[in-house]
Design a protein around this ligand. Structure first.
Ligand SMILES: [Zn+2]
Ligand SMILES: [Zn+2]
Length: 406
């Protein structure tokens, strides 16, 4: 098969490979020799990717893709794909260059290589076995897409057991890809960006429900946000004068009396939307957008690949319910809040090969119009307290019979 340059992250010519630039006015090299700052990645060939949303003239009508999108075609065997995992079963090697058409309808969920990745996965000829130094500013790693074989537009409408299958196949695909990267580049540190884009305005080019993972073998992903999450655990330990201290674990254990190391009243009980055996669903104490939801595992876990089977099962339940609660909140939000149903789900976790003690968390953030002040800083002006948002969300889950009244 003749593969066009850049498809599935396969490059013949180094000069076509995606590259990254750091904003020189806001980038430092930290004590580990890693660049930290604002990163922009340039991936010119990516401009050719298709956009598959159905256009509608009626503004109120829900935008959705027909079940004839590329993912549905891959599943029916009409388009080629590089299948890394089929549910719990291993497929192609993560560095495979042999895409194939196959009927995948018997599986609930699969992980495939992203057709349009912002990084190079396989480099033919000169760069195939080269060291990271020789690649300089080029972006290398593995881009994955995880999807359900049935066509859903959102997580809210997907059955919980299918979401659980999706999480399992995703986890296996992550593990296989990290192993392959360790072997190829002889290094242990990788940045994992794992997220869902749900809806057009949230950046999804195909509506068919899917999540994505970018695993970078170079330094990309070490932005200020990631640095913040990774620096805080050490700060907390110092302030609390306790080497074993973890804020999320303290919240899970002590609930009402859990103290914020910087002295705020965290209003834990007021912000709980839902909880099951393994997960809390909170409205965020300091939301980036109205209605922001934060999921936290009750047991200390740093990475998605470290979640055990009970945690994954409970996560499927928590994710679906959190998304339904957010749907209802947005449907009833005042028009001047400018909240859209489209959303991103960000799985924030410890980077591979780091040991910061970070407790992983998952943020669900809707699309909302923001202004200059909010772009200037990690800063936000909100009009509603998360305690009130949580109260509304709890009630909507009770009304739908998805949660019992306490
Ligand atoms: Zn589809
Ligand atoms: Zn913890």
């Amino acid at each position: 098969m003749n593969i066009p340059e850049g498809y599935w992250g396969i490059y013949k010519d180094k000069k076509n490979m995606p590259l990254e630039r750091f904003d020189p006015f806001r980038t430092i090299v930290n004590e580990f020799g890693t660049k930290v700052g604002h990163i922009t990645q340039f991936s010119p060939l990516r401009g050719n990717r298709p956009f598959e949303h159905q256009q509608s003239d009626d503004e109120d009508e829900k935008v959705s893709s027909p079940p004839t999108d590329s993912f549905c075609k891959i599943i029916k065997g009409e388009l080629p794909a590089l299948v890394i995992t089929k549910q719990d079963e291993e497929g192609e090697h993560p560095f495979s260059t042999s895409p194939a058409k196959m009927n995948l309808q018997d599986n609930t969920a699969i992980s495939i290589v992203n057709l349009f990745t912002p990084m190079a996965r396989v480099l033919f000829e000169h760069t195939q076995k080269t060291s990271m130094e020789a690649l300089q500013d080029r972006s290398v790693g593995i881009g994955l897409v995880h999807l359900l074989t049935k066509h859903y537009d959102t997580l809210s409408e997907a059955p919980i057991d299918e979401v659980y299958s999706l999480l399992r196949t995703t986890q296996l695909a992550h593990k296989r890809s990290i192993e392959a990267l360790k072997e190829r580049y002889s290094k242990d540190q990788f940045t994992t960006l794992h997220f869902f884009n749900i809806g057009e305005e949230a950046g999804a080019s195909i509506c068919h429900l899917h999540s994505q993972t970018y695993i970078y073998a170079n330094n990309i992903g070490h932005g200020w946000t990631s640095l913040g999450f990774l620096s805080v655990p050490e700060f907390h330990k110092k302030v609390m004068k306790n080497e074993k201290y973890c804020l999320a674990c303290a919240i899970a254990k002590y609930r009402k009396i859990a103290k914020d190391p910087i002295g705020q009243n965290l209003l834990i009980e007021e912000r709980i939307v839902y909880e099951n055996k393994e997960w809390f669903v909170f409205t965020a104490f300091s939301p980036e957008r109205d209605g922001q939801i934060r999921l936290i595992p009750k047991k200390h876990t740093s990475r998605f690949t470290e979640l055990d089977d009970n945690q994954l099962n409970s996560l499927a339940d928590a994710l679906v319910k959190a998304n339904i609660a957010l749907d209802e909140f947005i449907k009833n939000s005042p028009p001047n809040m400018h909240l859209l149903q489209d959303r991103n789900i960000l799985i924030r976790q410890e980077n591979e090969g780091y040991d910061s003690g970070m407790h992983m968390l998952i943020d669900i953030i809707s699309i909302q119009r923001i202004g200059g002040a909010e772009k200037m800083e990690t800063y936000r002006i909100a009009t509603m307290f998360p305690e009130a948002t949580a109260q509304f969300m709890r009630q909507s889950l009770i009304d739908k019979g998805l949660m019992s009244k306490k």
